[in-house]
Design a protein around this ligand. Sequence first.
Ligand code: KG4
Ligand code: ZN
Length: 334
Amino acid sequence: MKDTYILAIESSCDETSVSIVKNGRDEIATVVLSQMDTHANFGGVVPEVASRMHIENITMVLEECLNKASITTDEVDAIAVTYGPGLIGSLLIGVQAAKTLAYLYNKPLVPVHHIAGHIYANNLVKPLEFPLIALVVSGGHTDLIYMKEDYSFERIGGTLDDAVGEAYDKVARVVGLNYPGGPLVDKKAHEGKPTYHLPLPLNDDSYDFSFSGIKSAVINLVHNEKQRGNEINVENLCASFQNSVVEILTKKTMRALKEYNVKNLIVAGGVAANKGLREKLTELCASENVNLIVPSMKYCTDNAAMIGAAGYYAYKLGRTANLDLNAKASDSLK
Ligand code: KG4
Ligand code: ZN
């Protein structure tokens, strides 16, 4: 069978990335240009700055990727792009670049949902096995997805407010840790004990999550202690926060696996790097005989290879778009 090459573009947040992926499984070349150092000066991603930097960098990243892959745009079969969800100004740059390439080289244009990309990042490591449950946890997303076969997505739950990574970053800021604070909170959590009482957020029978309440609880606790002139034990507070978050994430995920009778669990997104979450899921999946897959960090954070992997399956299913494709800041995964 003839090989299928996808040229993929990802620009939904603060990474400008282009990749060439063969048959949805082989990453030929990927370039990721992260803007994290710039945004760290502001304590978080500044949308206008992100959009401007995507404009400045996209052609350079594209050229470098094509050179690395030793391929020309003429030789690829289709152009895949993240059309949403994400920061609208950032998405628009990738979508415009993809449409321009599709028009110039007369190639099919394949819109890819960002979460489908995060899930298919795993396909670059090992072919997905179905049915599966995917827990997507990042700075912008917290979703539980059931997949019975390729490119079939049923969102069974997700956050009603803040994404889990966002809550980590806000907690980090209030206890004086730098952006992005998730990894630092994780590290401190391992040096402390969960001595502070924090609520277990949205501890109910749904598969939804809510992290704004626990984030506010941490902020209030810090302010109250400061007003009383008491010192905060940062390690213990991080441990208490992480304990509650990991407990609720793992509890609902394990229940979903049971209820949907699924033995494959994928964890994706930047928060998949969290040591507490990995440890707890490893332990629970071992006792429940669930096959747990957590990809390496380079596939957990935003990159275009994951869009190329998902884009291959979308392309094979004929899920292409016209040149009037628009970026969407929010959209459900279908
Ligand atoms: O997937 P990602 O790179 O970008 C988004 O699409 O959001 O995820 C970044 C998020 C940030 O909020 C960061 O603080 C969080 O992932 N993160 C972590 C850890 N490593 C990264 N959160 C908790 N523990 C970690 N070890
Ligand atoms: Zn992402």
